[in-house]
Design a binder for this molecule. Structure first.
Ligand code: HSE
Length: 403
């Protein structure tokens, strides 16, 4: 029997216990040995919970119990979760986590620590919730040079954008409704400002390059400035607006960024709506591939954590290889990146916009006679910014990249 400890009995932690219990027979068969949750660490007590007798408040109980071989870290954050992970790995206990903040901030260090102690640090649930994406990158696409990863990696923002598109509603009202229904956090900043997607693409970019992509160096824009009017233009152009997290080869460097983007109906991520996530991966031999599913939620995320627990059970005394070195991956700065842009301009600025952006396409909508939309050709980000600035007060709303 393999004893397991779960750190944090919140949404994902309680899901982990539920998955191990509900799918017991299958899980044990696939693990090759029976798994048993021996401890649940939480600050709180859970009177009446079927597992209340397993709840402990002191991590040393888990650390000093040699029977515990696998720890599920479902606490989140980079404080206690970081310390407990370091201590567990140093004691030779494998750690499986859904904590993208910690993986993005300390992934290579924790992987090295696991390797030095002949155990494993696995993080399938940290990106895309229940969608298998870490394992495909680590195990399945090993013959590939990955040229590009593009993902819808945040369910909250995809839900908001999909609803804005469908209902013609504005950002604030959809966010408020999503919060009331519990789809969006009360403090939605990490989601709507793109920080959550940034950490997730940092993890995927690191696995793509084999080096460390520092999430703090990734250009990140959220969705707070996207309006119902932007969606009207997108619709007229046969496009949708999605928060894309992208990582792609740029010569010897890697371009990683998170930003809203107008994508066409032909784009593989066009049909990904609501809370769903998807990751598009382009390999130099395989070509295009897609991974789609529920990127958040109790049981989908817990299922991914338990898949890692099973992997640890199957690989006791062995280190599962993961190519993510501590050396920083060289990143391409945003300024020299070429993009196409959509922006809105007042009618009296249309001529100037055409002068500044030669060859740009203009779109007029009958319901907005005072303005028009402009789509540029490919232009360096820094050049776009300088010319866009020259439009001064003629600009309306924000600018959005176009794929
Ligand atoms: N807040 C995240 C989302 C949860 O909305 O996708 C999963 O990481």
């Amino acid at each position: 029997m393999i004893q397991v400890a779960v750190l944090g009995y919140g949404t994902v932690g309680s899901g982990v216990v539920e998955v191990i219990e509900k799918n017991k027979e299958m899980v044990n068969k696939k693990a090759g040995e029976e798994l048993n949750v021996k401890y649940i660490l939480d600050l709180r007590d859970f009177p009446g919970d079927p597992y209340e007798d397993k709840v402990v408040h002191d991590f040393t109980r888990i650390l000093e119990d040699d029977e515990v071989k696998i720890v599920c870290e479902t606490m989140g954050g980079v404080g206690a979760a970081y310390r407990f992970t370091q201590q567990a790995l140093s004691a030779g206990k494998s750690v499986c986590t859904s904590n993208k903040e910690l993986v993005a901030a300390h992934g290579p260090e924790l992987l090295a620590l696991a390797k030095a102690n002949t155990c494993n640090y696995l993080f399938e649930a940290s990106v895309g919730g229940g969608i298998p994406i870490i394992r495909p990158l680590n195990y399945s696409l090993t013959a590939e040079r990955i040229e590009e990863i593009a993902g819808i990696l945040n369910g909250t923002t995809n839900y908001i954008l999909s609803k804005m598109e469908k209902e013609g509603a504005d950002f604030d009202s959809v966010l408020k409704e999503a919060q009331e229904k519990g789809y969006a956090e009360r403090n939605p900043e990490a989601d709507v400002e793109g920080y959550d997607a940034c950490r997730k693409i940092a993890i995927l970019s690191s696995l793509m390059t084999g080096k460390n992509v520092d999430y703090q160096k990734i250009y990140t824009e959220g969705i707070t400035r996207i309006t119902a009017e932007d969606f009207s233009y997108a619709k007229a152009m046969g496009r949708s607006i999605k928060l894309l997290a992208v990582s792609r080869e740029a010569g010897e460097r890697t371009l990683a960024m998170v930003a809203p983007c107008m994508i066409s109906r032909e784009h593989p991520l066009y049909m990904v709506n609501g809370v769903f996530n998807a990751v598009f991966v382009k390999g130099n031999m395989l070509g295009d591939s897609m991974y789609y599913g529920r990127g958040a939620g109790k049981l989908p995320t817990a299922s991914a954590v338990v898949s890692d627990v099973i992997d640890c059970a199957r690989h006791q005394g062995k280190v599962i290889m993961c190519f993510w070195d501590e050396e920083d991956a060289p990143l391409q700065g945003i300024d020299d990146t070429e993009s196409r842009f959509f922006f809105r301009v007042r009618k009296d600025g249309e001529e100037k916009a055409k002068e500044l952006f030669a060859g740009a396409e203009c779109i007029s909508l009958p319901e907005m006679p005072e303005e028009c939309g402009v789509v540029t050709g490919k232009i360096k980000e820094k050049d776009f910014a300088a010319r866009y600035e020259q439009l001064g007060n003629a600009r309306v709303g924000t600018r959005i990249r176009v794929d």
